[in-house]
Write a protein that binds this ligand. Sequence first.
Ligand SMILES: Cc1ncc(COP(=O)(O)O)c(C=O)c1O
Length: 351
Amino acid sequence: MEFNIKSLLRKNIANLVPYSSARDEFSGIAAIYLDANENSLGSPYTKWYNRYPDPSQKLLKEKVASIKGIPPSQIFLGNGSDEPIDILFRAFCEPGIDNVMILPPTYGMYEVSANINNVAITAIPLTENFQPDLDAIANGIDDHTKIIWICSPNNPTGNSIDIQAIEMILLNFNGIVVVDEAYINFSRHRSWIPELIDFPNLVVLQTLSKAWGLAGLRIGMAFGSEEIIHIMNTIKSPYNISQPAQDITFNALENLDQVNDMIKILVDERELLATALASMPIVEKIFPSDANFLLVRFYNAQLVYDDLASVGIIVRNRSKIEQTKNCLRITVGTPSENKQLIKRLQEIIIP
Ligand SMILES: Cc1ncc(COP(=O)(O)O)c(C=O)c1O
């Protein structure tokens, strides 16, 4: 069976007539705007915030398009990546009937979003090397499997997923394959965006919350075929990205050099941190990372977590999950923060 987007879509979405906002119906420049029931007198903060934002985020999308080398018609912008994740569920998964596949341990929102949307989950654990188990994936797919969620580099393990494995899944699955590249800028591997041309069932997610340092603005991005992006745009709420977020992001995207400098520092610091951890007797294993964090297995993760917390250093405790037993996920900090972390870890003595 060939990939066929029409047969994948939920019927209500295929038949959806999207909301047409005032700014959709008239998008030129006018002298007087009396079409959107805004406050014509102004706003108590900055004057122009009395106006609704551009629902199609035209300028910002053009900017993202020039950086990513893909047309605006293949870009969806959301309120963080969590919005496109939820929209993909709402577009393709019939509640109570369809299912999606996740490959744990992985980013938790795929499961939460599935639960919110009443969509069943087939969980196929990653192998010991944190790579997809292709046979188990093939056996786990049924007629109602609509989306396979792949996170690469993966959170919380930090490794990239093998290119050949992703390609096998894309070639053999007729539903949507999402590759979440939230951490791609810290990776040695290149993005899957150029492969969109060959795989109509591929959706790539990225975010400005990590390498770009703009988590507070909440800008997530989905890249896909024009058809898929068009569907996502019809589902989103009309004004999903505020005007200040659009404007500030537009300006921030000018500072590519600064972002590249930060990426280099964080990657260098990641390697320094890994080297320092490797020499500590409390550490059992450091997993290879293509992200801005390290997954570290300790002999007693809870003890380490509690000790760090007692001096105000907070890391993510993943030690209760079977595949990441005794593991802490440590975000790479500033050089000074990393020094303080290393110093404190060196002082811990296992009783
Ligand atoms: C793999 C992955 N995807 C997506 C996100 C969410 O990013 P955003 O801030 O864009 O919602 C995260 C956040 O931690 C993540 O780890």
